[in-house]
Design a protein around this ligand. Structure first.
Ligand code: HEC
Length: 156
């Protein structure tokens, strides 16, 4: 009887432990999903502006303002919970392209995020006409690339 209780305790303990691990993994995966979704919002809004800048879409000041303001709102969101320790491309191979350097060289990545927020702020004030949009979009695009170059795995 004594041994039965002992093994029961161990079994329950082990189950609780695995449940804990599963919950932690779920939390990391949710964070990865959220930041990828945020990146998709960046890309969608910048894409709309890019299409107008290139002449692939007619310039529309209202559409441009909405896209630039959305980009700015997304870029100034508090992302701290979206980048938890242990959610890098080594720890979660195949699930994320976030390089471990994000955490090992912190706060370098935060500077890149700040650069995007600044470029997006400027851009939002320039999209009233096509010339302004064309002059401002490079700074925002450059801020995306500046971070990807150092902190995102190369993707084909
Ligand atoms: C501060 C750093 C940083 C900035 C600034 C940044 N990115 Fe990213 N981006 C990343 C990282 C890191 C990943 C990989 C995320 C992952 O896989 O978990 C990524 C991934 C992406 C992805 C792929 C998302 C997916 O679904 O897998 C897109 C698209 C993207 N970024 C677009 C942009 C655009 C557009 C901008 C600029 C408006 C931008 N990013 C600015 C760091 C950044």
């Amino acid at each position: 009887m004594k041994t039965f209780f002992k093994s029961l305790t161990i079994a329950v303990g082990a189950a609780a432990m695995f449940a804990g691990i599963a919950a932690a993994d779920g939390h990391l995966e949710g964070a990865v999903k959220a930041r990828k979704a945020l990146m998709q919002l960046y890309a969608f809004n910048l894409g709309q502006l890019g299409a107008m800048a290139k002449g692939d879409a007619d310039f529309d000041a209202k559409v441009a303002a909405a896209a630039a303001n959305n980009l700015l709102a997304a870029a100034t969101m508090d992302q701290s919970a979206m980048w938890p320790q242990g959610s890098d491309s080594t720890a979660m191979a195949g699930k994320t392209n976030a390089k471990a350097e994000i955490w090992t060289t912190y706060p370098a990545v935060a500077e890149k995020g700040k650069a995007l927020a600044e470029a997006a702020t400027k851009l939002a004030g320039m999209v009233g006409d096509l010339d302004g949009l064309r002059a401002g979009i490079g700074g925002a695009g450059g801020a995306c690339g500046g971070c990807h170059k150092e902190f995102r795995e190369k993707i084909n």
